[in-house]
Structures are given as structure tokens and as C-alpha cells.
Design a protein around this ligand. Sequence first.
Ligand code: SAH
Ligand code: SF4
Length: 453
Amino acid sequence: MSFKPIIPLRPSASPQPLASNGKRFHIWTIGCQMNEADSAKIAALLQEAGYRSTDAEDEADIVVLNSCVVRQAAEDKVAGKLNSLVRLKRQRPDVFVVLTGCMVTNQQDALRKRFPHVDLFFDPSDFSALERIAPEIAEFDDDLQQLPHYYQPETADTAGVTAFIPIIYGCNFLCSYCIVPYRRGKERSRPVADIVREVETVVSRGAREVTLLGQTVNAYGHDLPDRPGLADLLRAVDAVPGLDRLRFLTSHPKYMADEIIDAMADLPSVCEHMNLPVQAGDNEVLRRMRRTYTREYWADRIAYTRERMPGVTIATDIIVGFPGETDEQFQQTYDLLDATVCDKVHLAMYSPRPGTLSARWDDDVPHEEKWRRHHALEQLQERLLTERNASRLGSVEEILVEGKAKGRWTGRSRGNTLIHFDDQRDLLGKLVDVRITQTSPWYLIGEPIGSPR
Ligand code: SAH
Ligand code: SF4
């Protein structure tokens, strides 16, 4: 299996300590990259207000839980975590407990009843709510209100090698299984100039790779006055000096226009990697999922992407065991994946989410059968990627070194493959060419060649 790289921090030449008020905060995050970005921004705002982060929940004056309820398993984890905080709150009633993320509904009375030890609930990305904890935030000037979505540790001058930057909040689709639109609201795009400014800031503080985020990232801009598209934004961000790599996720097939794929192919910083969830390979299941496209349409978008960028890597998401999914319908998904060969598949077993359309339907695929389908796709992936990755033996990949894992340097190729290598030098944040010496379905191992950049 792959090891998860740590998110490293790259100190700048002259770190400037921030003023401290002696209070500490602890943030616990699960879920999507949008939650990670929101948590990083919460950390940045609290740090600017004088608070310091701590890994020890028991020592914190503020504990923030950034939650995910996209699947039952995630919701169970959040509920477990919230319950574990009852003891902490009993021992130290002055600790301020905050819940944000997709568990927060507009029925806050019900939430308050269920979790009376939580002091503040706030909607995902509604950062102004933090003023309730740290009133100083209300006084921040515009620049600080626009604080980048990345984690600043104890100084104002450090940033990660990679940064997540949300560009569009919310989602206008209503996929029948999905809770996200109910919790994150309608699509709201950020202006191009704000995003470019944020990218410039993170790059000036050490980031070399930026990932633009949205639930439907490629719907970007339709709600802005001059209606820029994602292709326009990619061009504007690509022009930021010093940015080596640009990515974006998650795209919706319906909005994956030629124009965006052409921009990906033409712009030097945009990585040859596309994240395009298909969710199911059967048209009847897609229709009941309310996905608004067919398997043929998704396959056509992948084909055009590969035509424009030979060697591009593809990631997708799939749900198995959707209500009413028959063996034959599942086989359609299996065959589509077998024919397409994706480099990464995020697999999920369906779980009904209260309030969504499909939650009214019978969850009729037995749990064991969901597991069987999940396992079948995992095995398919293992077979396909064993073969695909073996063909990369001896090739040279450029990787951005993100940190160390198990004593080895680790980073990702432009195509987002995890690659590990040994080297005695300090290579954090460097672009290194690596010759692949060992392959597996989930990661590669190599040796560095040439000079790190
Ligand atoms: N906006 C993205 C996905 C956001 S949710 C898209 O349109 O694809 C992230 C993933 O969680 C989804 O891709 C889906 O595979 C999974 N997911 C969402 N709701 C689910 C549910 N009720 N049961 C199981 N998996 C679910
Ligand atoms: Fe959920 Fe569909 Fe919106 Fe993705 S596009 S967040 S799956 S409703």
C-alpha cells in the first residue's frame, strides 16, 4: 500500500514570529480537500488573531472539528469524535468546542440538543463566524480577511510546498445520493483577481504547486459578472511567476468542455492529470443518480483528453451498490473501468444520506454484495495498474518533493503518482528527476538523477 505523505512546511529565509495571546487551538479535520483548505484558513485566521496551534487536544483552549457526512462511515467517525469531547468539556468547561463542515445543518436547534457540549456551529467556509471566538478577526483589514487557505505554523512567513485554493463554493447539481448541495448551498465563484492574488501570496511564501478546488470546479465563473470560465482562470493563474504546477479538482463531466481540456494541454504549469468522477458505468443507474450524462459522454471526454495530452493520468470516483443496481448494471461499471484504465479510482459503497432523494428508495443491495462489488473493482484496479505501472520501469519522472515518509523522500509526479526515493540531501520543496527502479500498482520507487531544481 502507499504511505501517506506528510504535508510539510517550508520555512522562508527570515521567519517573522507572530504575536501570541498565549491561547491554543486544535483542529481535527476529515473529508474532502475543501475541508482541508477550510481548516488551513481557520488556522491562519486564528494565528493572525494571536492563537497558536497544538497537536494536543487536551491542552487546547479551542477545539475545532471540521466534519464530513458524505457517507455513513464518515458521519460515524465525526459522531465518535464529538462524543469523545464530552469528557474534555466536563473536565475543562472553559474549552470552546466548535463544529463546522457538512455535519452542520440549518436546524441548529436539533444539533444543539444532540451535542450540547458544542459551543459554536458554523456552515462550511463561513469564516466570519470565527469572530464569535476571536473578535479581533472582525477588525482585520481586507488583506487579512483574504488570508490564504494554507496552514501557517508559528510564523507568518511559512507555507506548504503545495496549497489548496477554493475557487468555487457549493454545488448546483442535485445528484440523488448526495448531501453536499444541502450543506454547502448554491455555487459561488470567487473573482479571478482574488484567486490570482492568493496564488501569488502562496507562491511568494514557498508553494510550488497549487490545486484549485470546487465540488464542480469546472463550473467556475458562470455566476460572476463577466462570466470567466475555468480555462480563463487557468490562463491567469498559469501566468503567476514561480508557480511550477497547477491542478484542479473535482470536475463534473457535464462541464468538461473542449476549451478547458485545450487549456490544460496548452498551459505549461497545468499538470497532465484529470479528476473526472463517473460514479457508475450504466446509463440507467446514472439516470437515477441524476448525473445528467451518459457513460458514452464520460468516455468521450476521457478520449478527447487523451487525444490532447497523450500520457495524461485519469482519476475517477465510483459508487457501488446504488439502490436497484443489478449484477448486470454493476458489470457495466466493471467493463467501463476495464476498458478505460484509470490511474486512480476512489471507490465508495453507497450509503443513504437522510434528506436526499435516493434515501427515499430501498437500499436494496445487501451489504455483503456491496463489499463484493467494491472488492471486484479493487482487484481490477490492482491488475490494471500492476501492468500499467510496470511499463514505467526505467522511465524518468519529475517529482515535487513534499516530505519524508518512512525515512524516504516522497512526492508526486505531474500525473499525481506517488514516488519515493532515498537521498541524503535536503530536498524538501525541490523538483527532482527520478528514474523509476521499482513499480507497484499504488506507488513507484526510483533514484534521483540530475540536479534538483
Ligand atoms: N462533486 C464530486 C463529488 C463530491 S462527493 C462529483 O460530482 O463527483 C465525493 C464522493 O463521495 C463522490 O464522488 C461519491 O463517489 C461519494 N459519495 C457521495 N455521496 C455518497 C453516498 N451517499 N454514498 C456513497 N458514496 C457517496
Ligand atoms: Fe454531490 Fe453531485 Fe454536487 Fe458532486 S455534483 S457535490 S456528487 S450533488
